[in-house]
Design a protein around this ligand. Structure first.
Ligand SMILES: Nc1ncnc2c1ncn2[C@@H]1O[C@H](COP(=O)(O)OP(=O)(O)OP(=O)(O)O)[C@@H](O)[C@H]1O
Ligand SMILES: [Mg+2]
Length: 361
């Protein structure tokens, strides 16, 4: 599993004077599900198009299984593609759509029949082979597009926001299904999305892009639990990001001030020696301490004024003013509502030192 399927070596892309992808290096191991995640316009599709061969890099090299692809046309890269607009041929049946690529390559009738059957089985649409696209739901059409891409058994599948035209329920179901299909095929998937939940749910690894560069790369747990910049902390999940000052090393902790020195907190994060400018605290790692309950060991304990409660269904979100004009958001299970003081009153909170991340920028 350790061999590298796709490699980007210092890849840059400019359109005229505008630099869109800036010196990206990336290795994607065979059989991994890798997501390229980032806000609109950060260069995700441009990067994918360079891997597919629709765009040539302005600088750098793209290698597939060790071979430079810069001079290899898209149709010879052994790559499958699935896009947001799945564009099935309306006048062809499901089976004909799925077999299209193989037919173009001159595969035999029996080869095509076997590949189409296997691909449709893979997406659970065996029973729909004779239907036309207009007789299918959006989700089923997207699965046909997926079957069409995997039928020729490419070594790599590139997917660009393939679920964004589907409604939320279907999108969530398709996440599970896509992941299962990828695992069953053992195929390398490069999945482009701006939806962090989607990337978190499916990926072995996430590459977070921002303004044409890689902001951070890691497992979903890494990216969520140890964001390295305030952009990543803010983009992935929700977080309280507070400017900090006066950082001192007090092993095993880092001690610092927030709110212009009104409050001191500590973090159990390892310190790289960099100048840290922010701390990041996830709302779910802030605990509400009912009257009389002691703070857990190695926790920051603070008090604040309960400013607002928002009911999110399964959770409550509290906004607590921990210093003048400084609100933090904390989430807790809805069941705890009864133990909260009234709005405007004091609440006690605790935050484990290990849940306080420090960010350089
Ligand atoms: N052919 C082109 N000519 C000029 N500029 C382009 C071209 N293609 C893309 N761009 C610009 O490059 C930037 C990155 O575009 P890209 O499509 O890669 O973004 P993206 O991350 O896929 O965004 P989205 O999430 O909206 O799809 C954008 O500012 C876009 O306007
Ligand atoms: Mg795009």
């Amino acid at each position: 599993m350790n061999s590298i399927d796709i490699e980007l070596v210092s890849v840059s892309k400019s359109f005229g004077p505008v630099s869109v992808v800036k010196d990206i290096s990336l290795q994607i191991p065979r059989g991994e599900f890798v997501s390229i995640l980032g806000p609109s316009g950060c260069g995700k599709t441009t990067t994918l198009n360079m891997i597919a061969g629709f765009n040539a890099p302005s600088y750098g090299d793209i290698r597939i299984r060790g071979k430079s692809q810069v001079r290899v046309p898209p149709e010879r890269r052994n790559i499958g593609l699935v896009f947001q607009n799945y564009a099935l041929f309306p006048h062809m049946t499901v089976a004909e759509n799925v077999g299209f690529g193989l037919r173009m390559r001159g595969a035999s009738r029996s080869e095509i029949a076997v590949a189409v059957r296997d691909a449709l089985r893979g997406v659970h649409l065996e029973a729909f082979a004779a239907r036309y696209p207009k007789e299918l739901s959006g989700g089923q059409q997207q699965r046909v597009a997926l079957a069409r891409a995997i039928a020729p058994r490419p070594s790599v599948l590139l997917l660009d926001e393939p679920l964004s035209n589907l409604d939320l329920k279907l999108r969530e179901a398709m996440r599970v299904e896509l992941k299962e299909i990828q695992e069953a095929l053992g195929m390398t998937f490069v999945y482009v999305t701006h939806d962090q939940e989607e990337a978190m749910a499916m990926s072995d690894r996430i590459v977070v892009m921002w303004q044409g560069v890689i902001a951070q790369e890691g497992t979903p747990a890494d990216i969520y639990g140890r964001p390295q910049t305030s952009f990543v902390a803010d983009f992935i999940g929700r977080s309280n990001i507070l400017p900090i000052s006066d950082l001192v090393l007090r092993p095993p902790h880092l001690d610092f001030a927030v709110a212009d020195g009104a409050l001191r907190l500590r973090s159990a994060a390892a310190w790289s020696g960099q100048d840290m400018r922010f701390c990041c605290i996830r709302p779910e790692s802030i605990r509400f301490l009912p009257e009389g309950e002691p703070a857990p060991e190695d926790a920051n304990q603070l008090t604040g004024r309960l400013h607002r409660i928002v009911n999110l269904g399964a959770q409550l979100e509290l906004f607590v003013e921990i210093a003048s004009d400084l609100l933090v958001s904390a989430t807790l299970p809805s069941g705890s509502a009864g133990r909260l003081p009234p709005l405007g009153k004091e609440v006690r909170l605790s935050i484990l030192a290990q849940d306080v991340q420090l960010l350089a920028r």
